[in-house]
Design a protein around this ligand. Structure first.
Ligand code: MRU
Length: 350
């Protein structure tokens, strides 16, 4: 694998390494992820996570496997297992499909390694595109509410929603981030806070149910979240809890923006009802575990419903921030995503 380094993924000296995000914020442990079956487990366990990053990591694992002598048949079978590791983030399927089409040109490990490197490099560039468009929406002094983790840990680059915040802060805008803890797996409380500490961006951690209070108090001027899959009509699947944030933002008249690369758009899904939603283990809701230990607070056999994502209807989206431009709710209603897909699309510059 070609040398690459991001906050959560690294390749060096023939090894592909992932930062174990379940150990953050207390421990920075890097794990081998070259072997596709190890990578499948890392992705399922959310050791490596975030829609764009799982696509990049899976593609690199395919490249690593081919480079280490796997046959075309074994590489294709491994690619299929990686593609199915998590069902909602379409970036994973898009990245693997790209690797499979590269393999179809004539099976060559060098080609696969180069394709995986291209997918990673492109993700870095897509993040900068989103940051450029999204940054125009932020004013000096703004409070920004965010959900889950959408930064350098969730992408190969600077991030989606959190990348917008980071680049805007670096350009001199004074921002304050309200970080939803993000039940049940606490990506906000564990990971977004960890990143914001590193960048020196001021933030306040709140529980998910506190979001409407800070909105009502006038402390939030804009909501920026990520996305795992965006349907053709602009419905957005993202970390569970996003829908509630969108409803609260709508009630308080606060602009709500999913921020995503084009690799998150799935024109094959007509609307959100066609997006597969991952359901996870009941124990994630019965208690919590992490670098701080494990605890269960409900009866061990409690009936649980644990969808990992929800769908925010397009009508609650003020505008999508994509690397290709900003798409307002009016444009979404007029088929804005399909128009943006066309090569000669007239992109609204925000
Ligand atoms: O289950 P996760 O932690 O992988 O979910 C992540 C999210 O929902 C993010 O908001 C999304 O992947 C976009 S982040 C760039």
């Amino acid at each position: 694998v070609r040398a690459f380094e991001s906050l959560g993924l690294r390749s060096e000296g023939g090894r592909l390494l992932v930062l174990d995000q379940t150990q953050l914020p207390d421990r920075e442990v890097w794990l081998d992820g070259g072997d596709p079956d190890a990578m499948v487990e890392h992705i399922r366990a959310l050791r490596v996570r975030g829609a764009p990053l799982i696509g990049v990591a899976a593609a690199m694992s395919v490249g690593w496997f081919a480079e280490h002598g796997a046959s075309e048949k074994d590489v294709r079978a491994a690619a299929a297992r990686l593609r199915a590791a998590r069902p909602t983030a379409v970036n994973l399927m898009a990245a693997i499909d790209r690797m499979l089409s590269a393999a179809a040109q004539g099976f060559d490990a060098d080609v696969l390694v180069a394709e995986a490197a291209a997918i990673a490099d492109e993700d870095v560039a897509l993040c900068e595109g989103m940051a450029a468009y999204g940054g125009r929406l932020l004013q000096d002094g703004d409070g920004v509410l965010t959900h889950c983790n959408t930064g350098g840990l969730a992408t190969a680059g600077v991030g989606t929603a959190l990348g917008v915040v980071r680049r805007a802060a670096e350009s001199g805008k004074r921002l304050h981030v309200y970080v939803d803890e993000t039940r049940p797996l606490l990506q906000g409380a564990r990971l977004t806070t960890w990143e914001l500490e590193r960048y020196g961006i001021p933030y306040t951690l709140i529980t998910d149910s506190m979001a409407p209070i800070v909105m009502r108090a006038g402390r939030v001027q804009r909501v920026l979240v990520g996305a795992d899959r965006i349907a053709r009509n602009g419905d957005v699947a993202n970390k569970v809890g996003t829908y509630a944030v969108a409803v609260a933002a709508h009630h308080h008249g606060i602009p709500f923006h999913p921020v995503a690369p084009w690799t998150t758009v799935d024109l094959g899904c007509r609307d959100g009802s066609e997006i597969p939603i991952e359901e996870r283990q009941p124990d994630e809701v019965r208690g919590v575990k992490g670098s701080f230990g494990a605890v269960r607070w409900s009866p061990g056999a409690s009936a649980v419903y644990n969808p990992a994502f929800d769908v925010t209807p397009a009508e609650l989206v003020t505008a999508l921030v994509l690397d290709r431009g900003i798409v307002t709710s009016g444009e979404l209603r007029a088929g804005g995503l399909e128009r943006l897909a066309a090569p000669a699309a007239a992109v609204r510059a925000g």
